[in-house]
Design a protein around this ligand. Structure first.
Ligand code: DON
Length: 349
């Protein structure tokens, strides 16, 4: 669909509940899931298997710069796939809405994040920038004359999102470089389809570095709040990306950010989000704020179990679900009116 609509873009607005209530709900979410041990730590990147699985932090940052947190929000871990969202935001800003959607795609593969079959089934189209294939094709488009320049841009942009200088975790980078033959295969396959120009192994190197940047749950919340705030970091007050690229990034996250579980996530939680295999999740309530969580045990799709549960709780209690509404005025009574229904235990689990 290529219809351009020449009309001003109106934006979704709204505010979070009062500061005290947000603070109380963040603490309540942490208490609620602190003892939850479901899931397993990722170990296909060997060093990730050494993390303390009990770590658990929840942070919220609002678009006015306010912050709330509970638990291990200052522990650093590697950003992994969450970097894909932020690199995409930058590339989309630099190269435009149309070009990026045509070259990479914006549709869910329905398959795992590192699927080779998804590329073959789609004639070499990486399908979206959140799976490894699409993320590497996106990183390949980062402006820069050399891979070193591209890496410097990536590091600078992600640091601007966080509002502090982010540092590469050398151990994670080397651990992944020694074991990422699958990503090398994906990048070379994309080259064979003409989807990556230049040296595919250099692209893998920059992509692996971006995944190994160290962040905290607090950083993820601020990065999310920047995407919620039309591209301006609400803590530093600096513009990081354009409003248009924020909008596009959030749409892509809603459709693909939680991989093959994205539909389930939207159905249950109703806000765009991105996960990483080290246990982080970044979620965004447009116009309101960002949530960052860290809890290393993952579900089979590679999404943090406690992180998902905590964000689900906060989405309900803070009124974040984009699809929830109530009538603007009083409804006329009809005999068919259903009685109001309390949330079931399953819905609040
Ligand atoms: O390329 C990889 O496999 C990792 N560097 C990132 C994967 C990832 O975080 C998937 N997320 N849930």
């Amino acid at each position: 669909m290529r219809t351009e609509i020449a009309a001003p873009q109106q934006v979704s607005t709204g505010t979070l509940p009062g500061w005290d209530q947000v603070d109380a709900e963040v603490l309540a979410a942490h208490r609620r899931y602190a003892a939850d041990t479901e899931g397993a730590v990722a170990d296909y990147i060997p060093i990730l298997g050494r993390v303390d699985p009990e770590l658990f932090g929840i942070a919220v940052a609002d678009t006015a710069g306010g912050r709330h947190s509970a638990g291990d929000v200052e522990v650093e871990f590697s950003i992994q796939s969450i970097s894909k969202a932020l690199v995409y935001a930058h590339v989309s800003q630099e190269l435009g809405h149309r070009l990026v959607s045509e070259r990479i795609g914006v549709d869910n593969t329905g398959l795992a994040f590192n699927s080779v079959m998804a590329i073959e089934l789609n004639a070499g189209n990486p399908m979206n920038p959140m799976v490894n294939a699409g993320a590497m094709a996106t990183t390949a488009l980062v402006p820069g004359a050399t891979a070193a320049e591209q890496w410097e841009t990536v590091r600078t942009v992600l640091s601007e999102f966080a509002g502090r200088q982010l540092v590469l975790d050398g151990e994670v980078y080397h651990s992944e470089m020694q074991t990422n033959s699958r990503n090398r295969a994906i990048a070379q396959l994309l080259e064979s389809y003409g989807r990556i120009e230049g040296d595919p192994l250099e692209v893998v190197d920059v992509y692996t570095r971006q995944c190994a940047l160290r962040v905290t749950a607090q950083d993820l919340a601020i990065m999310g709040a920047t995407l919620a705030d039309g591209g301006v970091n609400p803590v530093t007050g600096r513009r990081v990306v354009s409003e248009e690229s924020c909008r596009d990034t959030l749409a892509v996250l809603a459709a693909t950010g939680m991989y093959e579980r994205s539909g389930q996530w939207l159905f249950e939680i109703g806000i765009p989000a991105k996960s990483g295999v080290a246990g982080g999740i970044l979620a965004v309530a447009p116009g309101k704020g960002g949530i960052g969580t860290f809890a290393p045990r993952l579900d089979p799709a590679g999404n943090s179990v406690r992180g998902q549960r905590a964000i689900k709780y906060l989405s309900r209690t803070l009124g974040l679900n984009l699809f929830a509404s109530e009538p603007a005025g009083p409804a006329l009574q009809t005999t068919a009116d259903p009685a109001p229904r309390a949330a079931t235990e399953q819905e609040t689990a």
